[in-house]
Design a protein around this ligand. Structure first.
Ligand SMILES: [Zn+2]
Length: 867
């Protein structure tokens, strides 16, 4: 008891003492606090205020994880927010910024895995207590020797992307700490969300607004030469009209993951190579503002910094090869074929003096890096919803020199499948549309539709092979060749090469139909073309389907881009070979894929051989023959008729494609880009011969406009059925729209040959060698569309065609676009209309009479409107 009391007293005493000891301290502290407040209110008390504001870096990063690299990043371990260190020696220095999409959705406008978004140079600047990030303009060159160079900044805008307050400054170490959330969690460095094109349907899918609360950093990888962050942008909208495709789980919240890379400016002995119009490299355009030349171009070719280990050896291994990694997601059975296809390019590099310029490795399954890492060039595989391409080979460069710093190749699994991606098969106009819509893409020229074209080609090959009872082995060979051609093409892009749509001129139709002659060869001058699949009419003589080696143009182009030239004359001598037939070149800007675009019919997609008209004629005939047997060949017991329907559309789509190829000869003008005085030079512009234009017209008459051009066995139509899936037929009835489809192909041709550009060129080129006069061409066209049946019964295909064509002639005179047509073309349109009026006198069955009456009424009304 006593003891207990004593203990209690002791405890009390301790507590009391503690209280005495502590209370005054607390009171003191509270007094101080109050005093401080008082002080601040009553007097400015400068020294005190300054002391409390001056923060130290180490205090501000106390709760953060330090991630060292090119730019040291601190990430708060509680909130995840970012701070970044900038050092004195980084100020006024240039860096490269590059971004690519880690993952996105097609719905957002082709924002998808592996899309490169271009690179730019930025400078870090200091402005009082702020750090600025400024985009540099590298489009102009001023000779430093010229006094004009003093005004090199005149009327040129750089872009201030961000101005961020310095939170703390370590004078001794020369370090500035800034908050970095604003830099990376918003669209500071690049615009992610695409603007809406005027005229976009209001019901089209739309990304919401950037949701700063949900946007976050997914990963930070920091290396000595680059700082990489993966940011997940979330775009939110409270309610959406269009929730997007199945790829979008919730249209109100869409995630786009983006890699941002801040890269050290390379300091190396890279040798700039300037572009030449005779070879097709990707380039960065630079204008020499101090030059008086008519062509003051210093355009930088995009190429790798490939150096010989032994500079004196004729052929040497490179100091560092261009190394490709096959992503570990690649189907194992294809890895060897892919490796061999990549290494085909070494053949071209040997001619440029390099041995083993390219190397291929396989990404280990347990690799500690992922394919989005810019330090690795990776051949990647995906199987995406709505794949926009079968392959895509982008690269990014130092914008100041053109040196390629990294590349990837994206391949889509759809390439191996029999999936038809779109209703409109092989529609050249839609290919072009994709191209135009990607204008927003900084590197839009790098977009490649080859995988797409190749897939259509392979589906066609598949249909032909099946219809002609080919073996499984043969089918496998065709697919393997397609894979080799696709990989070589995409690798070609990553080496700096752009398309060469003229290359398919290399061999004659006879050579292409000779299996021994073409074995192991590139069927075209370059793997960079979008050529047609080589299908021989005589099925017993089928040889190679696709390119299995790089072509002569490819070898020459690599020589131009990579040979360590010892003198200017060595370079000139190589370029002067451009007049050799196997080295002809024309890129996407020169190609005639869409109506009215470009002028040289040899620069075309989906074509083949140096006689495209003859080759296309064969193609029409192969398809017409195949069409007769497809119902039996594609009707499989126990299966729906989906594959048969597909085969029908693939075959007829290829007819449409062949028709487009032929139509480009009408009013065509061959282009030669040789320099004046170059050996083998012809005049730059030579109109297509009268004979070939007439041949083209005859082919179109027979295979596109004739009453029986699209004949198919009528009972085939009864079987063109799609397999029902859920409520899939809700949107539109399922029956095959045969007339609409055929008219579509015919209209594609008419849209080109009656395009204002084509008609203007026909008249103009009459002055410099065109012998197929506008009057003759337009009379021939009128005859092709009317003569065969206007005095008798007109079938439903022809009624469709005749009405469409008549309306086109009327539009030339009175339509909204009539001012785009030359007067000569308008006069011929009127002449033809009057001719049709006479021909369309009542005759034939009731349907034909009604049709002719319709034609006459249209023409009578139109003539009244002409002023
Ligand atoms: Zn391409």
């Amino acid at each position: 008891m006593k003891h207990q009391k004593l203990r209690a007293l002791k405890l009390f005493s301790v507590a009391f003492l503690l209280a005495i000891f502590l209370i005054p301290q607390n009171a003191e502290a509270q007094k101080r606090k109050r005093g401080k407040k008082k002080n601040q209110v009553e007097t400015p008390a400068k020294p005190v205020a300054k002391k409390s504001k001056e923060k130290k870096i180490k205090d501000l990063v106390k709760s953060s994880k330090k991630i060292e690299g090119l730019f040291t990043i601190y990430q708060d371990t509680i909130t995840g927010s970012l701070q970044m260190l900038i050092s004195d020696d980084q100020i006024d220095k240039e860096y490269i910024y590059f971004s690519q999409i880690a993952d996105g959705v097609m719905d957002a406008g082709r924002i998808i895995r592996g899309s490169y978004r271009g690179s730019k140079v930025f400078k870090i600047k200091k402005y009082f207590n702020k750090i600025e990030f400024e985009t540099q303009n590298n489009s102009f060159y001023f000779d430093p020797e010229s006094a004009l160079s003093k005004s090199k900044d005149a009327n040129i805008s750089n872009g201030n992307m961000a101005s961020v307050k310095v939170e703390a400054h370590d004078k001794k170490k020369g370090l500035y700490l800034i908050k970095a959330d604003g830099l990376f969690l918003s669209e500071t460095f690049s615009q992610i969300k695409r603007p809406r094109f005027p005229g976009t349907s209001p019901t089209a899918f739309k990304l919401g607004s950037l949701n700063k609360g949900k946007t976050k950093i997914n990963s930070i990888r920091n290396y000595e030469a680059n700082t990489d962050l993966q940011v997940e942008y979330v775009y939110s909208s409270p309610s959406v009209l269009n929730g997007g495709s199945n790829a979008v789980a919730d249209g109100r919240n869409v995630s786009i993951k983006v890699f941002h890379s801040l890269i050290e400016m390379p300091d190396n002995d890279y040798e700039i190579r300037y572009d030449d119009p005779r070879v097709g490299y990707f380039l960065t355009q630079v204008e020499d503002q101090t030059s008086t030349s008519a062509t003051p171009y210093r355009d930088l070719v995009h190429r790798w910094n490939l150096k010989k280990k032994d500079p004196n050896a004729a052929i040497s291994e490179p100091v560092e090869p261009i190394t490709w990694w096959i992503e570990n997601s690649t189907p194992v059975e294809w890895r060897e074929t892919i490796t061999n296809a990549v290494l085909q390019w070494n053949v071209a590099f040997e001619k440029a003096g390099f041995k083993n310029a390219l190397a291929v490795k396989v990404q280990p399954d347990d690799a500690d890096w992922d394919a989005g890492d810019i330090r690795y060039n990776v051949l990647r595989w995906t199987s995406s919803p709505q794949p926009p391409f079968g392959g895509y080979g982008p690269s990014f460069v130092n914008p100041k020199t053109g040196q390629i710093l990294g590349a990837d190749i994206m391949l889509e699994y759809v390439h191996f499948t029999n999936r038809v991606m779109y209703d409109k098969l092989f529609d050249l106009a839609s290919l072009n549309k994709t191209f135009e819509n990607s204008e927003i893409e900084e590197d839009h020229k790098m977009y490649c539709s080859l995988g797409h074209v190749m897939h259509e080609n392979t589906l066609f090959g598949n249909a032909v092979l099946k219809a002609s009872n080919a073996s499984d082995l043969e089918m496998k060979r065709m697919k393997k060749e397609a894979m080799i051609a696709l990989i070589m093409h995409e690798v070609g892009h990553t080496l700096g090469l752009n398309h060469n749509m003229k290359a398919s001129q290399l061999f004659s139709p006879e050579q292409l139909a000779d299996p021994d002659f073409i074995k192991g060869k590139c069927l075209t001058g370059s793997v960079m073309d979008y050529a047609a699949i080589n299908i021989t009419k005589d099925r017993s003589k089928q040889g190679q389907y696709y390119d299995t080696a790089v072509g002569p143009y490819d070898v020459w182009a690599i020589q131009f881009g990579y040979t360590p030239f010892k003198s200017k004359s060595e370079r000139t001598a190589l370029l002067n070979q451009s007049t050799k037939p196997e080295l002809i070149f024309g890129n996407d800007a020169d190609d005639m894929r869409s109506p009215g675009k470009a002028i040289d019919p040899r620069v075309m997609v989906g074509d083949m051989s140096n006689d495209q008209i003859a080759y296309s004629n064969d193609r029409f005939e192969v398809i017409n023959t195949m069409m007769k047997g497809i119902k039996d060949k594609f009707s499989k017991s126990g299966q729906s008729y989906q594959e048969l329907r597909q085969a029908y559309y693939i075959l007829s789509g290829q007819k449409g494609s062949a028709a487009n190829v032929v139509s480009r000869f009408i009013g065509g003008v061959y282009v030669d880009r040789a320099m004046s005085g170059q050996k083998g030079e012809t005049q730059p512009y030579t109109p297509v011969s009268l004979e070939d234009q007439k041949r083209a017209m005859t082919t179109l008459s027979k295979h596109v406009f004739a009453p029986n051009a699209f004949d198919a066995p009528n009972d085939l139509y009864n079987y063109l059925a799609m397999q029902r899936r859920g409520y899939g037929f809700f949107r539109s009835p399922e029956d095959p729209k045969i007339h609409r489809q055929v008219l579509g192909y015919q209209k594609n041709v008419l849209n080109h040959i009656l395009h204002p550009n084509t008609l203007q060129r026909i008249t103009d080129s009459e002055l410099y060698g065109n012998e197929y006069k506008l009057s003759a061409f337009m009379r021939d066209l009128n005859n092709a569309i009317f003569k065969a049946d206007i005095y008798t019964n007109v079938n439903s295909f022809r009624q469709n065609l005749q009405l469409e064509y008549t309306n086109m002639l009327i539009d030339m005179l009175t339509g909204k676009q009539n001012s785009r047509y030359t007067n000569n073309a308008k006069s011929m349109a009127l002449y033809n209309l009057k001719n049709i009026r006479t021909m369309a006198a009542p005759s034939g069955n009731i349907s034909s009479r009604a049709h002719k009456q319709h034609l006459r009424t249209l023409i009578d009304n139109a003539i009244k409107e002409i002023k």
